[in-house]
Design a protein around this ligand. Sequence first.
Ligand code: AP5
Ligand code: MG
Length: 219
Amino acid sequence: MRLVLVGPPGAGKGTQAQFIAEHLSIPKISTGDIFRANVSQGTPLGLQAKAFMDRGDLVPDDVTIDMVRHRLAEADATGGFLLDGFPRTTPQAQVLDDILADAGVKLDVVLELVVENDEVIRRLSGRRTCRSCNHIWHVDFDPPAVEGVCDLDQGGLYQRDDDQPVTIANRLEIYATDTSPLVNYYAERGLLIGIDATGPVDDITQRATDALRPLEHQD
Ligand code: AP5
Ligand code: MG
């Protein structure tokens, strides 16, 4: 399956992506995770992206598109993928259509996680991420057994630099102006499924897998 997750910052894209990708046995491709890995390794791509990310701005389309084009060409993505955080602008969506058309395939579905702004602010303010396996936790809603330590691999947890109030506000504004038009873009193409992304994480995973079931094994 070729699937895109869309939704505001803090909607739970990363949280759900880890479960959905595993359920469907497809790689999860998160542009935010790839950028953060490059920032922490100090690569030229990371140096280029860091200033934009720290402000909560989008990394320019040409840089992002180049990176995704390369990632989608890797062997594990040829049979399907889950994209988390891409596309985020109409030009990115158009290029994704072109990349897939060139490969003779198409997107199966775009899953929109629908959540109100006040809830995503609560989620982002308490988010913690494992430095080694990237698992996502929350200090109140999904705390690890030992504060600051990942249950899965005992990695240290950190708070993302862009989870500060001013940056969160900017990211929400950019979502509204630059990314939310994609909801219509994909609805017009008959690809959009919206699900209520409030309530317990497991309930949302269940809603997502129920919504995707009719699309599985269609090839
Ligand atoms: P990215 O990493 O993609 O950030 P984002 O879109 O802002 O989304 P988040 O990762 O903040 O939220 P999420 O929806 O994944 O929520 P999560 O599951 O973590 O991008 C970061 C930056 O990279 C961008 O700002 C930009 O600079 C750059 N970038 C990336 N892609 C780009 C692109 N295509 N073009 C240009 N630039 C790009 O959940 C949040 C918290 O809520 C967690 O603590 C979690 O435990 C908790 N939670 C989850 N579900 C629930 C629930 N049901 N109930 C209670 N708590 C919950
Ligand atoms: Mg994320």
